[in-house]
Design a protein around this ligand. Structure first.
Ligand code: ATP
Length: 234
């Protein structure tokens, strides 16, 4: 197993945001985490990437317990995160933003940069433009591109479709599939459960800080309770 989250508890002050969350991501998979606002999806990703400390439980990556490894070292180990709400560097150019993703690498990153530009031609066209002047959708692409520049084994994506026009949402999900097909494992958090389940292999449903269901994504797409709660469905 590439990534194992074992019964993690995470608190914000006295508030328990995650209550014993366990999940697994195998090499080559797209796994998605769905759930209502405040269910703990972002907190789960932040804890895996080391931005939030856990109170108890464990996170194992490639067999190693990384629960106490600082976030910047987890990036070097192969955990790349594309955070919610974009978080690019507005005063840096597109190219500089992308290179920030590669800052800790000592190998030649030119091939990776080419791949990112191939996935997102718009970033290539605009590589000298300041990040802050890119449109919302372009900034979303830049965030994903920057995470790819860390050469991750697993890419954590937090709401990549947030705030995007329908056509662009479709494109982003196709790009996620391409990234996965080229060998990167993906853990995807999405409000857009329908689309996320359509591209994922497996899924976990989070409710108030707990995993209440896990199943193959196709199964959840047809699960009446999931349809009623998360797919606006029939
Ligand atoms: P959304 O889909 O709305 O982004 P989410 O499933 O990602 O929600 P989280 O952001 O992980 O949920 O939040 C889980 C719980 O932790 C919520 O009750 C939230 O209010 C709380 N929480 C998150 N961040 C903080 C914080 N910095 N301080 C205090 N409480 C927080």
């Amino acid at each position: 197993m590439l990534l194992e989250v074992q019964g993690i508890n995470v608190h914000y002050g006295k508030i328990a945001a995650l209550k014993g969350v366990s999940l697994e991501v195998d090499e080559g998979e797209i796994v998605t985490l769905i759930g209502a606002n405040g269910a703990g999806k972002t907190t789960t990703l932040k804890t895996i990437s080391g931005l939030r400390p856990l109170t108890s439980g464990a996170i194992r990556f490639k067999g190693q317990d990384i629960s106490k490894v600082p976030g910047h070292k987890r990036v070097i180990l192969g955990i790349g995160q594309s955070p919610e709400g974009r978080g690019i560097f507005p005063g840096m150019t597109v190219l500089e933003n992308l290179m920030m993703g590669a800052y800790a690498r000592k190998d030649d990153v030119s091939k990776q940069l080419e791949e990112v530009f191939e996935l997102f031609p718009r970033l290539a066209e605009r590589k000298s433009q300041f990040g802050g002047t890119m449109s919302g959708g372009e900034q979303q692409m830049l965030t994903i591109g920057r995470a790819l520049m860390t050469n991750p084994s697993v890419l954590l994506l937090d709401e990549p479709s947030m705030g995007l026009a329908p056509l662009l949402i479709q494109q982003i999900f196709e790009i996620i599939q391409t990234i996965n097909a080229r060998g990167t494992t993906v853990l995807l958090v999405e409000q857009n459960a329908q689309q996320a389940l359509s591209i994922a292999h497996r899924a976990y449903v989070l409710e108030t800080g707990m995993v209440v269901k896990s199943a193959p994504a196709q199964e959840l797409l047809h699960d009446p309770a999931v349809r009623a709660a998360y797919l606006g469905g029939d």
